[in-house]
Design a protein around this ligand. Sequence first.
Ligand SMILES: [Zn+2]
Length: 241
Amino acid sequence: MTRLVVLSPHLDDAVLSLAGHIQRLRRKGTEVRIVTVFAGDPDWIGSPSSWDGKRGHDAAIETFAARRSEDLAAMAQLDVEYVWLPFTDAAYANPRDPQAIWDAASIHLHDADAVAVPGGPLTHPDHEFVTTLGHVHHGDLPLLFFAELPYSFRPSHLGGFLRRETPPSLRARAGGNLEWTTIRLTRAEHRTKQRAVACYRGELAALGWRGWLDTVTGPVLRMERIAPLPGKQLPEGLDGL
Ligand SMILES: [Zn+2]
C-alpha cells in the first residue's frame, strides 16, 4: 500500500491546498496521513496570539481546542489519518528548534512512500519552516511540493501562480524551476473539498475574507497544483496524478 504523508503547517493548510488530490489518491487506494506540525501545545499557558485572539477566547488552549475540533470534522470528510504535533506557531514561540520538531514529525514518516510540503508562495514563516524541514531531512523519500491555497491567489502571487513559476526561495533550494502538475477537481471532488473546507469556519473568519463562503465555493479551490523534487521516482499510486 502506497502512503503519502502531508506535512501541514497549520490545522487547515493540507485541506485548503490539497483536499482534491487527497480524495483522488484515496480513491486509487493510496493511504494519506496529514501531520499538522503547528497544531498547538495543549499545555500552553497564556493568552491567544493576535491571530487566534480573533476567536474571542481568553486562553490560547481554548483556541487550540477549537481549531483541532474544526480539523477533526474536516479529517472525517476526507477519510484520512491525521496527527497533531504539539508545537505552537510562530506567533507564540519563535525561534523554534527544528531538530526537535523534525524528530517528532519523522516518527510519522517511518512507513511513508513520499512526503508533501508547501511549495509556494512560501511567505508565511511557519510554511517556510515546514518546507525547509522537509527539504533538509527527506533523505531517500520522494519530496512533493504543493501550491498553497488560497494564498497563491492573492493579487501579489496570482501572476506567478498562473505562469506556473517556482518561487525564488524554492527555486534556489530545488536547483531550478519545478515541473508543476495542475489538478482540476471533478465536481464530486470539489463538493467534498467544499464540505471539508467549510469545517474551518472559525479559521476562515479569522482570515478575514469578505464573503469567505464565495471563496470556499469559487474557483480558488477548484484547481490544485503539485510538483515533485526531481531525481526520485514517485511510487505507484502517486505518479501520473
Ligand atoms: Zn498555514
